[in-house]
Design a protein. Structure first.
Length: 514
């Protein structure tokens, strides 16, 4: 394409964000909705023009700002899918806020549009410091969304969110400055092929891990997430679970695994250990929750643990599965928070025991809620099944023990999600107010129906999502293969993995394309 589509995708919501600051409430809503829909259309155009099997980096834009810092944008298939997830959820977030947000509407819409700019920037940045600016600046609008428009305990939750995520990133910035000094460039594609010494990789990996582990979030640095979700407005929870949690996984894929492969193999045992604890612990905690948002928040930690375990399986299936879990979880968790928001707007409580029997007076809502519940537990034909199956298949090649424990977490996930659905949708209607709640209106249909369609599309035809990423994941695997752990001896890190002839041929093909 001849025109700079990535810059345009950044400029549209940025201009709209500035405009919303000077507009009335209804005008700000309309401008925000139009800007996010326009960015969605640009995202579709980006996807349609992405050359599967072509160059790794496409739609590249580059302008030297000053020595050592460039405005450099470009995407591969992995970044493309995460950008599409971002631009797909943003118009839905605006619709979810249409009636729920009544104070300082212009500032609220401006914060969401700025969030969209920064999310797209993270996935499109090709300069290391530009990535860091986008990565860290995303804290600001989400901090404001929680702190200004959140619940009664919003100040505590917003400060906790900000401090947790900021402190981890300070170490990453120091590591970035050392890397640039060592390699003599800030260009991410160049750094992907730079060989840092094994000793340096250890410290660099730990510095990046401090930031990405909080963003995921991994146990035990996950405690900010339930508080942030409970206090955030509905749309804030949607974008936090749908996209912001994926920044950590994207960081592992873009930096930790390809730039520090020996260190990644060295610390694979640590990632597996934390992932196993997270899957079991947070699933058990979710089982005893009385607040619907907290239950879904803890389930997000468990799902992200499947992502980290799959990424550090050091094989194509594991990484493909981790990416599909991120995409599927982005859709399904966002939809579940929307389902909570629908009934919260009517009854103004998230207490599970205040509901019951909603399938009687809200049958359409109950159908959507059931679909997203089934997708969350990985029902075949829905989005999460594909990702979890691939991640566990890749993980099984590395460690049967880790696979067994992660699978146990999935079984627990079925327990707490079905338990939630039974208490909300079935049973007796104990609360007269809940029994009188009306079913979905047109705006709520427009929120839930697109996510339902995307969830089924991903489950029935996952190849359309895997195809753009396959070449990039294969190239990443080639970069990692020299340090991959072998079989159940994953504790004996640093040993090369034996590969059969077919794998070697595929690796050489990917290397040639790279």
């Amino acid at each position: 394409m001849e025109f700079p589509i990535l810059s345009l995708m950044l400029a549209v919501p940025l201009v709209a964000a500035i405009a919303c600051l000077f507009l009335g409430a209804q005008s700000a809503r309309m401008v925000a909705l139009f800007a996010t829909l326009f960015d969605l259309a640009l995202g579709v155009l980006l996807w349609l023009n992405f050359d599967i099997g072509g160059a790794q980096w496409q739609f590249v834009e580059r302008a030297e700002i000053f020595a050592g810092f460039s405005y450099a944008l470009g995407i591969d298939g992995i970044a493309l899918m995460l950008i599409m997830l971002s631009v797909f959820l943003m118009p839905i977030c605006i619709l979810a806020s249409w009636d729920a947000i009544t104070k300082r509407v212009g500032e609220y819409m401006s914060a969401f549009l700025l969030m969209e700019v920064l999310m797209i920037g993270v996935f499109a940045a090709q300069d290391m410091f530009l990535f860091y600016i986008f990565f860290e600046a995303g804290l600001i609008p989400m901090y404001l969304i929680i702190g200004v428009w959140g619940g009664d305990n919003r100040i505590y939750a917003s400060y906790k969110f900000f401090l947790y995520t900021l402190l981890g990133s300070v170490l990453m910035l120091i590591a970035m400055m050392w890397m640039v000094n060592e390699a003599g460039t800030t260009d991410i594609p160049t750094l992907l092929n730079y060989d840092f010494s094994p000793q340096a990789q250890t410290w660099l990996w730990l510095a990046f891990f401090a930031s990405f582990a909080v963003k995921m979030p991994m146990w035990p640095v996950h405690t900010w997430l339930p508080d942030a979700h409970v206090q955030a407005p509905t749309a804030g929870s949607v974008i936090l679970a749908g996209v912001l949690l994926k920044l950590g996984g994207y960081g592992f894929i873009r930096f930790s695994l390809p730039m520090f492969p020996e260190a990644s193999a060295q610390f694979a045992w640590l990632v597996f250990a934390l992932s196993m604890v997270a899957v079991i612990y947070t699933s058990l905690v979710a089982l005893v929750q009385h607040d619907m948002k907290k239950l879904i928040a803890y389930s997000s930690v468990a799902h992200m643990a499947i992502v980290t375990a799959g990424l550090f399986a050091f094989n194509v299936q594991g990484i493909e599965g981790a990416m599909m879990v991120m995409l599927g979880h982005g859709l399904v968790s966002g939809a579940l928070f929307l389902c909570v928001g629908v009934i919260y707007d009517r009854l103004h409580t998230r207490e599970i025991d205040r509901y019951g029997g909603l399938s009687i007076n809200m049958p359409k809502y109950a159908v959507f809620f059931l679909l997203f519940t089934m997708a969350s537990i990985g029902l075949p034909g829905t989005s999460n099944f594909v990702g979890e199956f691939l991640a566990l298949a890749g993980l099984y090649k590395v460690s049967s023990l880790v696979t067994l424990i992660c699978t146990t977490g999935i079984i627990l996930g079925a327990g707490y999600m079905l338990y939630l659905y039974r208490r909300v949708a079935f049973g007796e209607q104990r609360n007269a107010d809940a029994a009188r709640m009306p079913d979905l209106n047109a705006r709520e249909w427009m929120m839930l129906a697109p996510i339902a369609a995307a969830t089924l599309w991903m489950g029935i035809y996952p190849e359309s999502f895997l195809a753009p990423m396959r070449q990039d994941i294969a190239a990443l695997e080639v970069r990692m293969a020299r340090a991959a752990p072998e079989g159940d001896s994953h504790l004996r890190v640093g040993e090369p993995m034996e590969r059969n002839a077919n794998f070697v041929a595929a690796a050489h093909d990917a290397e040639g394309a790279h």
